[in-house]
Design a protein around this ligand. Structure first.
Ligand SMILES: Cc1ncc(COP(=O)(O)O)c(C=O)c1O
Length: 388
């Protein structure tokens, strides 16, 4: 199985966190997102454990991100005393300074830096290279210019730097290198501007096992490599160890979730391909349509049978590109079977849309075999409630 929380019960049904997915589909309907609470908690504890073993400290405050924040978002953040605002560009710094001044507050900011690291991942989820819409480039001197600007605004307190080099990164080295590059920049800030920044936010990015071919490093190994690189470079430059923040996303929730669909039909096009058509699609998981992200799938009620066929899983939206995947191994699918698409716990519900007026799916959280609804299924009434 892709992740240890997935098992097959005596009836040959796929189970997640001890709960029978076929029963969940029958009880809650499909499409249905299912999340494994214990796995999410274990992953959070895992991150905390390795950080406190290797480094110590704990981030307690909210960090606001965005490369195109509006004034009303900045005002909301300032009025709610969000702990850190990570600024992305010079106009934003200026607007934030004015907003903070008008509110009579001093706001703690970090600057998002593009450290120029090639994260060896899909182009659409690479964010640390110079040609990225996020942040200030290091290579061009833009980052240093932003540090100078931020340090002069009267209503801003520059507390540190941030980088997020990309997502679904399977190796440790790009992360370790990013940490070194960022501390070198902090050291340059110290020598050129006489400012010692106390905080460093290293973003997220550790990859997960979407398919059996993926072999990601455990996040514990990644965090250890980052912290070791960080301690090494701080010692080398005699730079005081910064307070470090991480922002892991999919490595906590990605593998802890799956999506259940009902098979509506199978369409065999001789010598071309076979489609398995389901009652969801790009409206609940647009990732294949966006960047051909690969998934593993199985027929949840035939989980003990071999995946002997190769199929394309098609959604219900009016786009030919509305696919969950192509050439996927699958048990022989029939109408009314329950299809489980694995490792959908990250960037599925958050990327869902009402395209074709499809209501967003329900989310159930399972824990020790028991399921509870944590997000209700949308209704057609919900969808039209803002229509005039
Ligand atoms: C600034 C920032 N931090 C952290 C993350 C989380 O990334 P991941 O899910 O790859 O760990 C993202 C994802 O888009 C991000 O934009």
């Amino acid at each position: 199985m892709l992740t240890p929380n997935l098992t097959v019960n005596m009836e040959g049904h796929l189970c997640i966190g001890g709960a029978d997915t076929v029963t969940l589909a029958k009880t809650h309907g499909t499409p249905l997102y299912v999340m494994d609470e214990n796995m999410i908690r274990e992953n959070c504890r895992g991150y905390e454990r390795v950080i406190s073993e290797e480094y110590g400290g704990r981030a307690e405050k909210i960090v606001l991100h965005g490369n195109s924040k509006t004034n009303s978002e900045l005002q909301m953040a300032v009025s709610h005393d969000v702990g850190r605002i990570v600024c992305d560009n010079l106009p934003e710094l200026k607007r934030l300074d004015q907003i903070a001044g008008a509110a009579g507050k001093t706001v703690s900011v970090m600057l998002r830096i593009k450290p120029g690291i090639d994260a060896h991942t899909h182009d659409f989820v690479k964010t640390g290279q110079i040609d990225s819409k996020f942040g200030f480039a290091l290579e061009t001197g833009e980052a240093m210019q932003a540090v100078k600007a931020a340090s002069l605004y009267p209503n801003l307190r520059l507390v540190g730097l941030h980088c997020h080099i990309g997502s679904q990164i399977l190796d440790t080295e790009p992360f370790a290198e990013a940490a070194r590059v960022m501390v070198r920049l902090m050291d340059q800030v110290r020598s050129e501007l006489n400012i010692t920044l106390p905080e460093l936010n290293l973003g997220g990015g550790p990859g997960i096992r979407y398919t059996e071919e993926d072999d990601p490093k455990q996040f514990g190994e990644i965090v250890r490599a980052i912290l070791s690189a960080l301690k090494g470079i701080c010692t080398e430059l005699d730079f005081p160890a910064p307070f470090v923040l991480f922002e892991p996303g999919r490595s906590i929730v990605g593998g802890a979730g799956l999506t259940l669909y009902t098979v509506m039909a199978k369409k065999v096009i001789p010598n071309i391909r076979s489609y398995v058509l389901v009652d969801g699609g790009m409206c609940d998981n647009p990732r294949y349509a966006l960047y051909h992200s690969e998934y593993e799938a199985m027929i949840a009620n035939k989980a003990d049978q071999p995946r002997s066929e190769r199929v394309t899983i098609g959604g219900k939206c009016c786009e030919s590109g509305d696919l969950i995947g192509e050439d996927m191994p699958l048990q022989s699918a029939e109408e009314d079977d329950i299809l489980a698409v694995l490792a959908t716990g990250a960037y599925n519900y958050s990327m869902a849309s009402n395209y074709n007026r499809n209501p967003r799916a329900e989310i159930v959280m399972v824990r020790d075999g028991e399921a509870r609804t944590v997000v209700k299924r949308e209704t057609y009434a919900d969808i039209v409630k803002n229509d005039l």
